[in-house]
Design a protein around this ligand. Structure first.
Ligand SMILES: C[S@@+](CC[C@H](N)C(=O)[O-])C[C@H]1O[C@@H](n2cnc3c(N)ncnc32)[C@H](O)[C@@H]1O
Length: 251
């Protein structure tokens, strides 16, 4: 197992960012994802009764699905992200678990399983990706679906090397370096957040890995997914030029 996710909980990625994740704008990704999800749910005949959100983060998607009556289970490796998810109000009562997407076992299957916002790029090897796909498969009903997004090698390479955003309450900056030899990007995130009279300085270092699309397809087949639809993420026109892809798989 790789060292990024076998770290003690307080040192895992997102441990410090968790409390400010939504405030700093990362929750917006789910809004960008919605056209894909809406089209997907329409294509499969409507919202499922249950949904497993793997790497659920702060529960942004859980909240939207729950508001539409879906019973959601969320798992995430970060206890701090799960704590932030649990602190929200939901219409249906979601279940949240701290767990590693490569090893978790809920002893249950779901009609639809999802994993979003390049959560799979947080894994560092093809072996880990296969483990994550196998766990997604063992938690998906026969005939059920697994939907996820991934950053492609193009997407990870062309991620802005430096980025900053400011509001009345915070300043957040990211700087990253892409290593083309192993297709990884190390991203340093630094934020200054003002809450009331106090201000806090938060720093995190995340590493993301890009996987070749043919490899992703092969690993999905090995994990037991048989049918596949592949789409460029909303702002891209073609699969070949896409920095992010959405995969829809059927078990
Ligand atoms: C960019 S966030 C996305 C969170 C959420 N899916 C969203 O759309 O806002 C990536 C998430 O992946 C989680 N994560 C990273 N490695 C993981 C692993 N091995 N198992 C489960 N969760 C993991 C992180 O803790 C983090 O919450």
């Amino acid at each position: 197992m790789d060292s990024r996710t076998t770290l003690p909980p307080q040192d895992r990625p997102y441990s410090k960012l968790a409390k400010y994740y939504d405030l700093l704008g990362w929750s917006d990704f789910t809004l960008r994802l919605m056209p894909h999800l809406t089209a997907f749910f329409r294509a499969i005949g409507g919202l499922p009764d249950e949904f497993l959100d793997i790497a659920c983060g702060t529960g942004v998607l859980t909240n939207i699905l729950s508001a539409n009556g879906v019973r959601v289970t969320g798992i995430d490796i970060s206890p701090q992200m799960i704590r932030a998810a649990k602190s929200k109000q939901y219409l249906t009562k979601p279940k949240f678990h701290v767990g590693d997407m490569r090893t978790f076992d809920l002893g249950q299957t779901f009609p639809v399983t999802g994993c979003f916002y390049d959560a799979l790029n947080h894994l560092s090897s093809e072996m880990d990706l296969l483990a994550a796909f196998s766990k997604a498969a063992s938690h998906t009903e026969k005939g059920g679906y697994y939907i996820f997004d991934v950053l492609t090698p193009i997407g990870l390479k062309h991620w802005k090397p430096y980025w900053a955003q400011k509001s009345g309450h915070y300043l957040v900056c990211q700087r990253g370096h892409f290593n083309s030899a192993n297709k990884t990007r190390v991203v340093h995130i630094e934020a200054f957040v003002k809450t009331g009279l106090r201000s806090e300085h938060v720093e995190e270092v995340l590493t993301e890995t890009a996987f070749e699309i043919d490899v992703v397809k092969q690993l999905l087949a090995r994990a037991g997914f048989r049918k596949l639809v592949l789409k460029p993420f909303v702002r891209y026109k073609t699969l070949a030029s896409a920095g992010r892809l959405v995969f829809i798989c059927r078990k």
